[in-house]
Design a binder for this molecule. Structure first.
Ligand SMILES: *Cc1c(COP(=O)(O)O)cnc(C)c1O
Length: 468
């Protein structure tokens, strides 16, 4: 536990200004969390003076939504005794022990589709999980029940201000018939950071993973019997208050859907073509690109169509005057080349500016590559920005080996071609990336290693969690 002291010096009689102060601080605390990677919780002491009991109570409940553990200190002994301090580590969360399960009846259960003809995201398992939160009474009881429509007031915040965030993870049926989750703790940590940035309440990762495990176990027959398919898991969090106005959500719903996902490469790797047009930006410093918030994705949909019209499957997202590569579609991007100093290098953009989504796959590939380097491979693993100009030059000088995207859906996705819009002439230049021809293929080695871990053929301590 890292202590973090906040000293609120705004008007002591205004809960609103104090809450805003806490939200601002949460961004700083988040940065601290990221930097000190060894701790996942921070205890906070808010020092204020002359708060009334009521304001103190409100403040405590607001700050509990933001921080894992809060202690309110005060220069006034009267208010100090009015609100007992919270024990360190205590977090307002929903609990696995409160989980209520309503199983689908035989009639409610649907036939399972053929895994060879699945369209991603179109099939859902029989059950879902839901838990509601209100500012007044905190988290409710989590419930697993048959998949059903939601009933929302048309004024719900999610429908107007996109108070929404999500996660994407998978359950894999291994060669030993055990069902595993892959690094779910990383998805939960990301989701909690995103919830805090969305002014939605925090929750406990472990309680959530236990509930998701129960959901997967209940629908275990939906996890395909195949070493290339999986059960996709979509935790989602939305603001639901029936009130217009851009303000703190006072009501929220957390829910989890699951559904079978077919093999990403039924006929082998398919290299993708990318449209690179720096007129469009996915994320920017100070924005929310590093969070899986729905609001990051809706503006990209139109670009997908533009790309398709140009014969491309994905968008290569660029940033800045020098056209730095940031991401590919909804994947992180990797470049494997010989750099200008003649050294072999694996490069991916860093997380420092908040414009890159911190992918679980990205992190796993970096970790694998670094561990291989300790053994015998001899290439550098670098997190830095790469510009379009550098890509061009590397291709011209025959230094480019591979480029690929990385994400949960596909693990890796080879890039074969980039259609780059020239900002001066408006013309498109075609860049051919020799990813599929590079031997031995680093991307393929990553793919096989990650799949081996996910399907239980290889052990990576702490990376998988057996649920059934
Ligand atoms: C989800 C996502 C990724 C990949 O993250 P994983 O955790 O590896 O699935 C990369 N970029 C964007 C924009 C994403 O939304």
């Amino acid at each position: 536990m890292v202590p973090y002291d906040l000293n609120y010096q705004g008007r002591a009689d205004r809960v609103g200004s104090c809450s805003r102060f806490l939200v601002d601080q949460s961004v700083r605390v988040n940065r601290l969390l990221k930097e000190s990677c060894c701790c996942s919780r921070i205890s906070v002491t808010v020092t204020t003076c002359n708060l009334t009991t009521n304001i103190m109570k409100n403040l405590l409940s607001t700050s509990r939504q933001i921080f894992s553990s809060v202690r309110l200190g005060s220069s006034s002994s009267r208010t100090q005794s009015a609100v007992p301090s919270t024990a360190p580590g205590e977090l307002d969360t929903f609990h696995h022990k409160d989980l209520k399960i309503i199983e689908a009846t035989a009639e409610q259960r649907r036939p399972k589709p053929d895994v060879n003809s699945l369209r991603f995201g179109h099939n859902f398992a029989d059950h879902m999980m839901e838990v509601n939160w209100t500012a007044e009474s905190g988290w409710g009881r989590p419930e697993i029940s048959p998949l059903h429509n939601l009933s929302l007031h048309p004024g719900a915040k999610v429908l107007h201000y996109a108070v929404e965030l999500f996660e994407g993870m998978k359950a894999y049926r291994g060669v030993d018939n055990k069902i595993r989750l892959f690094r779910p703790d990383m998805n939960m940590a990301r989701m909690r950071r995103t919830a805090i940035r969305s002014a939605l309440p925090d929750f406990d990762s472990e309680e959530c993973i236990k509930i998701i495990s129960d959901l997967v176990r209940l629908d275990r027959d939906w996890v395909p019997q195949s070493n290339t398919s999986s059960l996709y898991i979509r935790p989602t969090f939305i603001g639901t208050d029936p009130a217009l106005g851009v303000g703190h959500p006072n009501e929220a719903k957390f829910f989890v859907l699951t559904g079978p996902a077919g093999a990403y490469y039924p006929t082998g790797f398919q290299p993708v073509s990318l449209l690179a047009d720096s007129e469009y930006v996915r994320a920017f410093p100070g924005g929310v690109g590093q969070f899986k918030m729905g609001c990051n994705y809706s503006p990209t949909i139109m670009l997908g169509r533009l790309a398709a019209e140009k014969g491309c499957q994905q968008v290569l997202w660029l940033f800045g005057e020098d056209e730095q590569l940031t991401e590919v579609g909804t994947m992180n991007v990797f470049v494997y080349w010989t750099n200008e100093h003649g050294e072999e290098e694996l490069v991916t953009p860093p997380l420092d500016k908040g414009i890159i989504l911190p992918g679980v796959t990205r992190d796993s590939l970096l970790e694998l590559a670094r561990s291989w380097n300790l053994e015998k491979e001899r290439f550098q693993v670098v997190e830095r920005y790469v510009t379009m100009e550098e890509i061009r030059k590397a291709i011209k000088q025959k230094r480019m080996k591979e480029m690929f995207g990385a994400g949960t859906a596909c693990v890796v996705s080879p890039i074969g071609r980039i259609l780059h819009k020239n900002r001066v002439t408006g013309q498109y230049d075609e860049l051919i990336i020799p990813t599929m021809d590079n031997k031995p293929n680093l991307m393929q080695k990553f793919y096989e290693s990650i799949m081996d871990i996910q399907y239980g053929r290889m052990e990576m301590p702490g990376w998988t969690r057996v649920v059934s």
